[in-house]
Design a protein around this ligand. Sequence first.
Ligand SMILES: [Cu+2]
Length: 216
Amino acid sequence: MSRAQKTTLVLVPLALVAAVVVWTFLYLIRYPPTVSAATTSPGEVNVVMQTVGAMGTGSHPPWVSYLIQRSDGTWVHSTVLQVPAHSTVHVTIYQYDSGSDLRNPTMNQVLGVPDATLDGKQYSVWTDSIGHTFTVPELGISVPLPGIADDAANPCSVAPCDTTFDHHTITFSFKTGAAATYTWQCFVPCAVGYLAGFGGPMSTVGYMNGVLKVVA
Ligand SMILES: [Cu+2]
C-alpha cells in the first residue's frame, strides 16, 4: 500500500467521525437564529416581540415562548436579539399568555426603563397576575408583562399569534452602551409541569431565556 493510500485510509474515517460529531453538536444545541432590530432613524431601533402560552409546533409544542419579529413582519422562534451600541431601543411586546402569581414580588415592578406602557397607559408596577417578564439582570431592566384573563374569550394557542387574539400590548425603551453580550430571561415561574415552574422553557434559549447582543 502506498503512503497516499494509507493516509487516505486514516483521513477518510477521521473526517466522517468529525462530521458526525459536528452534526450531533449542532443538532443538540439547535441554537436559534439572531434577529436584528429594525433601524428607524440614526440611533433608534425598534424591537417587536410576542409571548405565547404555548408554541403549538416544533420540538416542544406545549412550551411557553417568546418570538421576535423581523423588520419584514415575519415572526421568528428565537430569543437571540441584536441591537446596535449607543442607541435607543424601542420595544413592543404583544403578550398572549394568561398569568400566574409571582414568587418574588420584586418582579412585579417596572425597573430600569422610564416609559413602560400597558395598553397605552404608563405603569410602574403590576400587582395582578403576570404572564412573563422581560428582564436583563446586568442592565437592571425588568418589565412585568400582565397575563390575559383566565376566562379570555379568544386566547391564542398556536404561535405566532396575531392581534385578533386576546393580548396586552407593552411598550418601553432603553439605551444601550458599548458593545457587549447579555443574557435576558423571564422571571415568572411559567414552565408548567417543571419543578417549581423553572425548568424546560425557562432555561432554554429560544423560549424564556435569551441573548441580547449589543454590537458596535
Ligand atoms: Cu415566562
